[in-house]
Design a protein around this ligand. Structure first.
Ligand code: HEC
Length: 156
């Protein structure tokens, strides 16, 4: 029992250290961290679906459904607290959120709604075969891009 606890304590410690290293290139503001972490979860789950859709990994109905359900669930979380005033990339380091988000507010929440619609549709179809997955993933990628284009600083 105590061995299990020690292992747990060790792995938690490692997670905290890894978290600190990750924070180097990211903001310390908790809302910024939360939205970036949310995006990482989008990215991870979309990655599973994307490699299947492209035939890089074998189609697996159960895994596809699980990843699509995660995307739909994430999309439906209330994200309004992710975007406090003063957390744009002109006001602080460690974020790619453009000031346009706050000029247009709450349009970003409308863009989140488009994400919900695409992800819920994919959730319903991702387990129905490779073709269904391929058809449903496009709109989800489109919803990511539909928000990144106006509201996220490009990498270049
Ligand atoms: C409603 C708008 C919106 C939607 C929808 C959206 N994003 Fe983002 N995304 C952003 C913004 C804004 C940022 C920049 C956040 C920051 O740096 O503070 C971002 C950042 C990211 C990042 C970088 C995260 C980091 O660690 O810095 C990734 C990866 C990402 N998005 C992936 C996705 C994927 C994949 C989807 C679709 C499944 C998606 N996003 C949907 C607005 C959105």
């Amino acid at each position: 029992m105590s061995i299990t606890r020690n292992i747990l304590a060790l792995s938690l410690g490692a997670a905290v250290i890894a978290g600190a290293a990750f924070a180097d290139s990211h903001a310390a503001n908790p809302a910024v961290k939360a939205r970036q972490s949310h995006m990482q979860l989008y990215s991870f789950n979309l990655g599973i679906l994307g490699t299947m859709a492209k035939g890089e990994t074998e189609y697996d109905a159960e895994a596809a459904s699980a990843a699509a359900t995660n995307l739909a669930t994430l999309a439906q979380l209330n994200q309004s607290a992710y975007w406090p005033q003063g957390t744009d990339n002109a006001s602080m380091e460690g974020t790619r959120a453009l000031p346009a988000i706050w000029n247009d507010f709450p349009d970003i929440l409308t863009k989140s709604k488009a994400m919900v619609d695409a992800a819920v549709a994919l959730e319903a179809s991702a387990g129905d075969g490779l073709e269904a997955l391929q058809a449903g993933i496009g709109p989800v990628g489109g919803a990511c891009g539909g928000c990144h284009k106006p509201y996220r600083q490009s990498n270049n």
